[in-house]
Design a protein around this ligand. Structure first.
Ligand code: PLP
Length: 393
């Protein structure tokens, strides 16, 4: 059980019922303090100074990378800090040196951030793009993906968990199929890494992209993990080189090769602290807490006349992201009515327009999403308020 004291670390929860964690999570006090400590006591640039503050800042920033790598079962030095998942995916899209005729396979469940970079490669570089549609219940089977993979396939780019329907995808099995054809696997872990134990070794992926700001870390933080540092860096410059003459330069090894320029140092340190915080609770515990609340939420929502809930039923096949519509009301009207009662939910297409069109929901859905600090009372408050909103429709 998650102790009630956890909620005290998130002061905003005393003011609002926050059910929009899939968009961005709240940060607990220890994360805020870690960032402030950097600003107040050892603010300096990293990786390029010998003075005391620079040494401390560099060590803490490196520690944050080490913690994040361990969090996903990766080795030190394999994680690159980015601004968000979108940037992490773009680093792969722009860094893999695609050629005309290469194929990328993805799905219609993807967030625009795991679709647009590939569409742009199609439009600019003649890369062939296959977008696998989900079955009516939202599932994407390894067979459906396999039917689109051929020997020209360079990459399969797939989400681990849908940010609309909440379903988990069989990424491991899909990865096996990809490997049989010599293709690489990119997993969009934006909605999985913050909520369940994830190991890159178990996933068998080549790239894992996720957002620090969805896992209790600061906004402006994200991560790219890659098996081999073979990507062409998107930007080069200070901090990313070993040696420069006026004729040539040698890029440095490890993550620094991909983090040219001064990074978001306080953000990286805050993200490291967020990882400590989540590990202090235990990701298995985070997962079972959210599973219990998801069941409570889905059962409550399904009991309201006029409310339709999408995605798979509660259980191990989904995360705590629940999409629904209310008959006779636009999703924004529902979110607005709930906001007036201090309940924060997301509404609209959730950056998944192609999926929404496929589902016949061009106006989108209302989406309530959970995190470790969510409580049964939050869920009950939503269900109760929605009974009123749906009843008045
Ligand atoms: N992928 C998925 C599945 C998401 O849910 C999101 C954000 O909601 C993203 C990618 C993009 O994340 P960010 O906005 O942090 O780049």
């Amino acid at each position: 059980m998650i102790p009630a004291e956890i909620r005290r670390d998130f002061p905003l929860l005393a003011e609002v019922c926050y059910l929009d964690s899939a968009a961005t999570s709240l940060s607990p006090e220890p994360v805020l303090q870690a960032m402030l400590e950097y600003e107040r006591h050892y603010r300096a640039n990293v990786g390029r100074g010998v003075h005391r503050l620079s040494q401390i800042a560099s060590q803490k920033y490196w520690d944050a990378h080490r913690k994040v790598a361990a969090f996903i079962g990766a080795a030190e030095g394999e994680t690159v800090f980015t601004r968000n998942t979108t940037e992490a995916i773009t680093l792969v899209a722009e860094g893999l040196r695609f050629r005309p005729g290469d194929r990328v396979v993805t799905t219609l469940l993807e967030h625009h951030s795991n679709l647009l970079p590939w569409m742009r490669l199609r439009d600019r570089k003649g890369v062939e793009l296959s977008i696998v549609p989900p079955a009516p219940d939202g599932t994407v089977t390894p067979d459906a993906v396999a039917s689109c993979i051929d020997d020209h396939t360079r990459l399969v780019a797939i989400t681990h968990a849908s940010n609309v329907l909440g379903n988990l995808l069989p990424v491991r099995e899909i990865g096996r199929v990809a490997r049989e054809h010599g293709a690489l696997l990119l997993v969009d872990g934006a909605q999985s890494v913050p909520h369940l134990p994830v190991s890159v070794a178990e996933l068998g992926c080549d790239f894992l992209c996720f957002s620090g700001h969805k896992m209790l870390g600061p906004t402006g933080t994200g991560v790219l993990w890659m098996r081999e540092p073979t990507l062409e860096p998107l930007i080069v410059g200070g901090g990313s080189i070993d040696r420069v003459t006026d004729e040539a330069y040698t890029l440095t090894g490890g993550y620094a090769r991909y983090e040219a320029g001064t990074p978001h140092i306080a953000g990286g340190i805050g993200l490291g602290r967020a990882v400590d915080y989540l590990q202090g609770i235990g990701m298995a515990e985070v997962r079972s807490h959210e599973e219990r609340l998801t069941r409570r939420m889905m059962e409550g929502l399904r009991g309201i006349a006029g409310v339709t809930v999408y995605g798979p039923g509660p259980g191990p096949g989904r995360i705590g992201v629940v999409s629904f519509t209310v008959e006779g009301l636009h999703p924004h009207e529902v979110a607005h009515a709930l906001s007036e009662q201090e309940i924060m939910v997301r509404s609209g297409h959730h950056c998944c327009m192609p999926l929404m069109n496929h589902l016949g929901l061009p106006e989108g859905t209302v989406r309530a999403s959970l995190h470790v600090y969510s409580s049964g009372e939050d869920v009950d408050r939503l269900v109760e308020a929605l009974q009123g909103v749906a009843g008045g429709a």
